[in-house]
Design a protein around this ligand. Structure first.
Ligand code: ZN
Length: 159
């Protein structure tokens, strides 16, 4: 019975939870997949409110820098009217690359929450502290879902 109650609890995701915002980022990743873009999505949250949503647009814009995080940072800074995201949390479905980690460092974002690790191009593969020293990182949130959408996309590409 207790396990039943605990499971019930685990299923309830409230706005403000990491999983809730990661699902919003996943919805963005799906938008990317629908446009035949590598499915990575991101949202930036300030005070439990989503202030920007973005997905990868490198093909659509013919721009190798048009990663979900870059789009989300630009939109959030524009919304806030300032270049620092010091009271914001970025949710992204896949571990940021070195470029995006660098941009996030410049933004001084408070927290980064990512889903699936990127063992090839993730910023942690460098072993270099790229992020702002005050930025908190949480990883592995809905990692399975975040990685599954990528796997599905690349499988379809190979067919
Ligand atoms: Zn990137």
């Amino acid at each position: 019975m207790w396990s039943y109650i605990l499971n019930q609890k685990a299923d309830v995701v409230k706005p403000g939870d990491d999983e809730y915002f990661m699902r919003m980022a996943l919805a963005e990743a799906q938008k990317a997949a629908d446009r035949d873009e590598v499915p990575v999505g991101a949202v930036i949250v300030a005070g439990k409110i989503i202030i920007s949503r973005a997905h990868n647009l490198t093909e659509t814009l013919n721009d190798p820098t048009a990663h979900a995080e870059m789009q989300a940072i630009t939109a959030a800074a524009s919304y806030l009217g300032g270049k620092y995201l010091t009271d914001c949390t970025l949710y992204v479905t896949v571990e940021p690359c070195i470029m995006c980690a660098g941009a996030l460092a410049w933004s001084q974002v408070s927290a980064i929450v990512y889903g699936a690790p990127d063992e090839k191009k993730g910023y942690t593969t460098t072993g270099v502290p790229i992020l702002h020293p005050k930025t908190v990182v949480r990883s592995g949130v809905l990692a399975k879902e975040c990685s599954l959408i990528m796997k599905k996309f690349f499988k379809k590409k190979r067919e």
